[in-house]
Each structure stands twice: as structure tokens, then as C-alpha cells.
Design a binder for this molecule. Structure first.
Ligand code: AAT
Length: 279
């Protein structure tokens, strides 16, 4: 008999996503969260933390490329980069595609996410073995406090604002990032769904605009994340992404990002644009 197994995530109290699965490959309760690896028919392997999809084999490229390359190409010469969270290694893999990078620090609070990603998601986590990578198993908030003026680019690849990630969406953390960046530094944070997290996006945009001279919001399509439309918020101490000359963006091996998309990203759909205008 053909078994019908389905994974359902209740993304809001009233709406969810459901996907047919072949099997559960791994389950663990870590010190910080519950962690599952499941094999879906449509999106390949899926990493689930506390019942929420973090990444899948098939659509991870969108999130990791779009979290990384917009800020990295806005910075004139990113050498030292920090990823907060992101224990699967996908953002680090994209950071290392930039030849200027000398050091990429991963600060992930839950070491078990790193270990399990290495085992079950080698195409995502493989870059963690690169010699330019420095892995710190620690709270991103404390790491930021202890490293003032060190980084060219800081990427916040965090879980939803629950548990240890709550502080990663709050103003003191963004001020800490500002202080941890060099004078022309740039940050990009994943900032959830323009459908389901409107207040959060508006608040984070306001906080980042009040700290950084330049704030920009952009979106990308990520089918396994709530609503399928995702937002990213960029803060810059130096260059405005709108002033980047796209003809100077070198070709990288990417599947979603391309130089011609760069400026179009900041032309937001109106229902998203209002979130930058103090709704
Ligand atoms: N690369 C896509 C996967 C993630 S995972 C986000 C990671 O952030 C998790 O491994 C979690 O353990 C880590 N994390 C949470 N809080 C902290 C903290 N305070 N310091 C350091 N790391 C932390 C992101 C998914 C994006 C959204 C999914 N809808």
C-alpha cells in the first residue's frame, strides 16, 4: 500500500503550508529548539526548527543568495563578514563566492544545527569547511557586543522572532551591529513576510533608518516560507545600493540573483512600499 505522509506547518493560527513527504530522516531536541530533517517530494530535504521550515534543498538558493549578494555588492570591498545564525552554512557559501573575502565568521547559537546540516545538507553546509571560515557557537547578541568596528558586512540569518532570536529583531541589536561595523559597513537582516509580519517589517525598517544613514527594503520569492514572499532589510553606513553601478557587478554563479535585478529589487510593490513610509 502506498502510504500518504504529509507535513503541515501552521504558519499562522489560520493558515499553513502542506507538503507530501517520503520519510523523517532525523529528530532531536537540542538545548535551544526541536530539530527535524524530513524528505519532501517537492522540495527535497527540509530542515525544520521548532516546527518551522528553515531551509530546503530546492529553494534554499533564493534565500541565501538574496540575503547575501545585495549587501556584498553594495560594499566596495568586503573583506571581513559576519553571519549571525545561519548554522546551515548557506549564507557563508554565498559570502565565499566573493573573491575579496578574507574571513567569514559564523556566529550560531546552536551547534547542533551546524552538525546536522553538515550531515544532511552537504551542498549547503560544505562551505563551512573552507579555511576562511571561523565558526563561533555563541549568541549573536554577545558576539556583536564584543567585536566593535570589525566587520565590513554583517548578515542576520535568524529564526523567527521567538526564543533566542527575539533580541535579533530589536533596536539595541541593530545599534550593536552599527557599532560592530567599520565606517563604510553594511548590514542585511532577514525580516519575514510582507503578508504576515507587517508590523515587524515596519518597526525594523524604522529602527534601522534611525540608526543607519541608509535603509532599504527588498523582497524575494521563497515558496516554502510563510506566504512565499520574503523581505530583507539593509542598513548602510556608507554606500546606498541605489548608487551601485550594475555594469561593475561581476558575474557570480547564482540561480536567482543577477546584476540586472539589482536596482529593480528596490522598486517595491505598493503594499510593501507603505511599510517603509510609516503606515
Ligand atoms: N539559512 C536559513 C536558516 C535559518 S536558521 C537560523 C538560525 O539562527 C538557527 O540555526 C538558530 O539556531 C539561529 N539563532 C537563533 N537565535 C540566535 C542567536 N541569538 N544568536 C545566534 N544564532 C541564533 C534562518 C531561517 C529564516 C526564516 C525561516 N522562515
Amino acid at each position: 500500500m502506498d502510504m500518504e505522509l504529509w507535513y503541515t506547518e501552521k504558519q499562522t493560527p489560520d493558515h499553513g503550508i502542506t507538503s507530501k513527504i517520503r520519510r523523517t530522516l532525523y529528530h532531536e531536541q537540542t538545548d535551544f529548539q526541536s530539530m527535524d530533517v524530513i524528505e519532501t517530494k517537492t522540495f527535497g530535504r527540509m530542515l525544520v526548527l521548532d516546527g518551522m521550515v528553515m531551509t530546503t534543498d530546492e529553494d534554499e538558493f533564493v534565500y541565501h543568495e538574496m540575503l547575501t549578494h545585495v549587501g556584498m555588492f553594495t560594499h566596495p570591498n568586503p573583506k571581513k563578514v559576519l553571519v549571525v545564525g545561519g548554522g546551515d552554512g548557506g549564507a557563508i557559501r554565498e559570502v565565499l563566492k566573493h573573491p575579496s573575502v578574507e574571513k567569514a565568521v559564523l556566529c550560531e547559537i546552536d551547534g547542533r544545527v551546524i552538525d546536522v546540516s553538515r550531515e544532511y545538507f552537504p551542498a549547503i553546509a560544505g562551505a563551512l569547511s573552507d579555511e576562511r571560515v571561523d565558526i563561533q557557537v555563541a549568541d549573536g547578541i554577545q558576539h556583536i557586543e564584543a567585536h566593535k568596528g570589525e566587520y565590513d558586512v554583517i548578515l542576520v540569518d535568524s529564526t523567527e522572532p521567538v526564543g533566542p532570536a527575539v533580541g535579533l529583531f530589536q533596536k539595541p541589536f541593530y545599534q550593536g551591529i552599527y557599532d560592530a561595523l567599520k565606517p563604510d559597513g553594511i548590514m542585511v537582516a532577514q525580516t519575514e513576510s510582507p503578508w504576515f509580519n507587517r508590523d515587524l517589517i515596519a518597526q525594523v525598517y524604522q529602527d534601522i533608518s534611525s540608526i543607519f544613514p541608509v535603509a532599504r527594503l527588498y523582497t524575494a520569492s521563497i515558496p516554502t516560507y510563510p506566504s512565499g514572499l520574503w523581505s530583507f532589510t539593509l542598513g548602510s553606513k556608507g554606500k546606498d545600493p541605489l548608487s551601485v553601478d550594475v555594469s561593475e557587478i561581476p558575474e557570480l554563479e547564482t540561480k536567482y540573483f543577477q546584476p540586472e535585478l539589482f536596482h529593480a529589487l528596490f522598486k517595491l510593490p505598493r503594499f510593501v512600499e507603505v511599510l517603509t513610509q510609516g503606515e
